[in-house]
Design a protein around this ligand. Structure first.
Ligand SMILES: [Zn+2]
Length: 478
């Protein structure tokens, strides 16, 4: 080897070399190791110098990874200790200067073979990921009806890249309609309907055959000025309905809170009827039968609950088109109308009642237990030839005040004991389809495909298992 004496060394070079020098006692040994301190120069030199590496004593090789490990956060601590223990430090004073070519040659001799070997030793091969899905408490039920979820599938919605996301609630502002035109907003609706096909397919693969259609499927379709007929999308809607029928998949709707049939303001009632007509047209164009219900709440009480109930009754009897009335269902809410408030009206008009456990928990019906309400409600469904359906959700853990308890929990931890064996149950939980799969596992209702559980949660568990620290990835929002 040529004698390296012609270049001066940087302070960094000196600092790094101290470790190497502490390891060896001869100048020649130092020269062999020092090049690891500078940037690797790839190319022919690396191959050329492969022949030199066998001459490096084993004791020297053991010391090299020590420096590598020191500069690599998160490297294996045990290996570091092993390396340190095998190389007795002996500090030297001033290192000799070396020229650039010698540095490159020596570096190549070291980088061509030893560093990769040492890296492999330091970082043990990662084991195959083990996805551990926490088990659920096993429970028993005689219930064998369908469980469904509302509007959004968290797995499909959170697909990446974002262009792959599947969902049915693309919407916009009125300003965008003014700017882009009606055809533009109609195209949003077409995309939403298109994605329904994938949603139903996903549900079928996962044994879910009950779902609520997003009310935002056709943005502003019921708007007084910017509204539009859905006939432009008739063939695609028919395709969705046919697919749902093929799988025995029930589709329902839940028009928004502003649908107030008992409002004292005529404009509000008219807008509410338009909203119901829009939902009805969507279901009709899908070719969905009487099970495709439209659920609304009683709305506000406007200072006089009895008078408002009379207005609701009048609107249903006199103002709703027959197609709308045939699909109409009322639901108890957590603030204004409990089940006891609505049952007399529902019974009189033969309008089915959807009983919501969560709302009843906050705004109960005195003297009327859930089982009794459901029994009465299901009788109305049966009389109308509609498959009964009810709603289930739970308040968030630790919720105390009414406002806190109104928020839905991510999942349901049990099915009510008093459920009839066969009816449809909409799970109104934040985790959407995951909440359904959770109950499937808990009660062994259907097999669950683990690879379709959210990857963010799997990743988190995997990281904890392998590295002892959670993934930085944010938990999937639902
Ligand atoms: Zn509900």
């Amino acid at each position: 080897m040529p004698s390296p004496r012609s270049i001066s060394r940087s302070s960094a070079d000196v600092a790094i070399s101290t470790v190497a020098e502490a390891t060896f006692t001869s100048v020649q040994q130092k020269r062999t190791l020092r090049p690891r301190r500078v940037k690797v120069v790839p190319g022919p030199l690396a191959q050329e110098d492969e022949t030199r590496t066998p001459s490096i004593p084993n004791s020297r090789r053991k010391t090299a990874p020590k420096r590598e490990a020191e500069s690599t956060p998160g490297s294996n601590t045990e290996d570091e200790e092993d390396s340190e223990g095998s190389a007795a430090p002996s500090r030297r004073t001033k290192p000799k200067k070396r020229n650039a070519s010698q540095i490159e040659v020596d570096q190549a001799s070291y980088s061509s073979e030893d560093p990769p070997k040492r890296k492999r030793k330091i970082r043990a091969p990662k084991p195959e990921p083990v996805y551990v899905i926490p088990d659920v408490e096993r429970k028993e039920t005689t219930f064998h009806g369908r469980l469904g979820y509302a509007c959004l599938n968290t797995v499909l919605r959170n697909k990446r890249p974002a262009s792959e996301a599947t969902f049915c609630s693309r919407t916009c502002r009125i300003d965008s309609i003014k700017k882009n035109g009606l055809d533009w907003v109609k195209d949003l609706g077409r995309q939403n309907v298109q994605d329904m096909l994938q949603l139903i397919e996903w549900n079928e693969q996962n044994n879910i055959r009950f779902m609520r259609i997003s009310s935002e499927m056709f943005p502003f379709a019921s708007h007084e000025t910017y509204g539009y007929s859905l006939t432009y999308c008739a063939s695609l809607l028919a395709e969705v309905g046919a697919l749902a029928k093929k799988y025995g998949h029930r589709l329902t709707t839940h028009p928004g809170q502003f649908t107030q049939l008992g409002s004292p303001r005529e404009a509000v009632v008219r807008a509410s009827i338009r909203e119901l007509e829009y939902h009805c047209q969507m279901l009709d164009l899908m070719g969905i039968g009487p099970d495709g219900v439209m659920i609304i709440h009683g709305g506000g009480v406007y200072g006089d609950k009895a008078a408002t109930l009379q207005r609701i009754k009048k609107t249903i009897q006199e103002d709703l088109p027959k197609g709308v009335r045939d699909r109409l269902v009322l639901e108890n809410d957590e603030l204004c109308y409990n089940a006891a408030d609505l049952l007399p009206l529902c019974t009189e008009l033969s309008v089915p009642l959807v009983f919501d456990y969560h709302h009843d928990n906050i705004n109960p019906s005195p003297g009327l237990p859930p089982a009794s309400i459901i029994e009465q409600a299901n009788k109305i469904f049966a009389a109308r030839g509609i498959k009964p359906k009810q709603h289930l959700s739970e308040p968030r853990e630790g919720a105390v005040s009414v406002m806190e308890r109104r928020a839905h929990a991510d999942r349901c931890q049990s099915l009510p004991n008093d459920l009839p064996d066969d009816m449809d149950l909409m799970i109104e939980a934040k985790d959407k389809e995951q909440a359904v799969l959770h109950l499937y596992r808990m009660y062994n209702l259907h097999p669950v495909i683990y690879c379709l559980l959210p990857k963010s949660k799997l990743k988190k568990l995997k990281d904890v298992n392998q590295r002892g620290s959670p993934s930085p990835r944010k938990r999937m929002e639902t």
